[in-house]
Design a protein around this ligand. Structure first.
Ligand code: HEM
Length: 465
């Protein structure tokens, strides 16, 4: 790109001293969308004393995440997550991160994933058993149900323990996770960071939540030490790992990796599926096509690992749902040395925001961006776009390690739930995305679940076939 046109990226001025912070507090998704519309695909925001470059051009995104990835670390906003996750895969950096990533990678290998499929389906069947225990339609909070289900799955597959099994324990852990992530989020958003040891009500609540979570993780490690078995799961791998000096991981490090995977690995998938059920309920024609594909490929039996690759339309639908509602709606980097974002020079220390939420609505690559259309993910349509126009799992060295795990899980859960239940939004209720650590539905996801409707639909289908 011509260097003669090099200039500071344009952006909104916001209000004195605070810049765009009040606008971000009010509605960060709206702020990002307006900024990009008015100032272009590389825009500069000020948040109090900090500058923040929002990048929505896939070429520049590729530069930051792939081509010049060495020049970037994660930004300060991960300090909030570090309070809960410690120094695990999501938050660690450099050689330490590389070693831990190499260690964990085999647990996410395709052959390994295959062995998780039955557990995923089995856990879903258990949830459906609960759903079906009362006859007739009723209303459940589908978001809460999916959170419990994915927590149970991540525990069973990676650590050999069903964290969502006992209603009391699951509720306690669920609440501790909610408090922990809310605190992490508030910490990231606040300009003035009070020390964690100050006994403010929020800090006390947070400390209690971390204690609950720590106790859960240490119980997990302890139980495994007692049995001394090699269950062959991720926990076993992490516990067996030795560094060059033949040292194993400390309990603290094990705790950080386990906590990281529990947190990174369940809410994201639950959120993805929640929005999928929302969009399917709003687009019955698409839902019918998904049901038809499931009926044709799987029929009446339980879904299996091999089915996942044979459900291309279902995969397109999931991809389109994560386009509109990417569970990780933004991720951020910090420049180690000076660099250029397209035409615009940036100094060392600049924070870069890459927001799948806005990236996926770039009208250059997604015409009619708000429209729901799974055909955007046909093979031809994908090939016609830059790879970095669509990044629900990021890209480059820090790409999501659970990408394949999550895609398989979302497909199997949908394939288990949809043939048995009709999920409908309540009349007049439109779930709103809340841009926190993940893009949760703000008021949960109350939906009517009805097993009869599907059975009726099946009967109608048979009668007319
Ligand atoms: C739909 C579900 C999921 C989505 C949308 C998602 C998205 C992402 C994204 C965007 C990142 C990069 C974050 C950044 O660069 O700041 C990431 C990282 C990560 N994800 Fe996921 N994720 C999902 C599911 C999972 C699952 C199921 C697991 C594990 C069981 C997992 C574990 C991780 C870990 C450990 C990292 C950090 C990787 C590293 O830096 O080496 N995620 N995820």
């Amino acid at each position: 790109m011509p260097s003669s046109s090099a200039s500071l990226a344009p952006g909104p001025r916001g209000v004195p001293l605070l810049g765009s912070l009040p606008a971000a507090w009010r509605d960060v998704l709206g702020l990002f969308a307006t900024t990009l519309r008015e100032h272009g695909e590389v825009a500069r925001l000020t948040f109090g004393p900090y500058e923040y470059y929002l990048v929505n051009d896939p070429e520049v995104v590729k530069h930051v995440l792939v081509d010049n990835a060495k020049n970037y670390t994660k930004s300060k906003s991960y300090d909030g997550l570090r309070l809960v996750m410690g120094n695990g895969l999501v938050t660690s950096e450099g050689e330490f991160w590389r070693r831990q990533r190499k260690l964990a990678q085999p647990a996410f290998h395709k052959d390994r994933l295959a062995s998780f499929a039955d557990t995923m389906v089995d856990a879903t069947e258990q949830m459906l058993g609960r759903w079906g225990s009362e006859p007739g339609p009723r209303v459940v909070d589908v978001h809460a149900e999916l959170m419990r289900l994915t927590l149970s799955i991540v525990g069973r597959t990676l650590f050999g323990k069903d964290l969502g099994a006992e209603a009391g324990e699951a509720a306690e852990i669920g609440e501790a996770i909610r408090v922990g992530l809310r605190h992490a989020n508030d910490h990231a958003e606040s300009l003035i960071k009070l020390p964690q040891w100050l006994p403010t009500p929020a800090n006390v609540r947070f400390a209690r939540a971390v204690k609950t979570l720590d106790a859960m993780v240490f119980r997990l490690i302890e139980a495994r030490r007692r049995t001394q078995g090699d269950e062959g799961d991720l926990l076993a791998m992490l516990m067996a790992a030795r560094d060059d000096g033949n040292e194993g991981m400390t309990d603290r490090q094990l705790r950080d990796e386990v906590m990281t995977l529990v947190l990174a690995g369940h809410e994201t998938t639950a959120v993805a599926l929640g929005w999928t059920f929302t969009l399917l309920s709003q687009h019955p024609d698409v839902e019918r096509k998904v049901r038809a594909e499931l009926a044709q490929v799987i029929g009446a039996r339980a879904p299996r690992f091999e089915d996942v690759a044979n459900l291309p339309y279902t995969a397109q639908v999931l991809a389109e749902c994560m386009r509109l509602y990417p569970p990780v709606w933004v991720f951020e980097r910090s420049a180690i040395g000076p660099d250029r974002l397209g035409d615009h020079p940036i100094p060392a220390g600049t924070t870069i925001g890459i927001a799948p939420f806005t990236l996926h609505r770039n009208p250059r690559f997604f015409p009619n961006p708000e429209g729901f259309d799974p055909e955007r993910f046909s093979k031809e349509a994908i090939a016609a776009r830059p790879r970095t126009a669509y990044l629900p799992f990021a890209i480059g060295p820090r790409q999501c390690i659970g990408d394949g795990f999550a895609r398989m899980e979302a497909t199997l859960l949908l394939a288990t739930i949809l043939p048995r239940f009709q999920l409908s939004l309540l009349p007049g209720f439109q779930p709103e995305p809340e841009a926190k650590v993940t893009l949760r539905p703000r008021d949960g996801l109350p939906m009517q679940i009805d097993r009869r409707k599907v059975e009726e639909a099946r009967a109608t289908h048979h009668a007319t076939a």
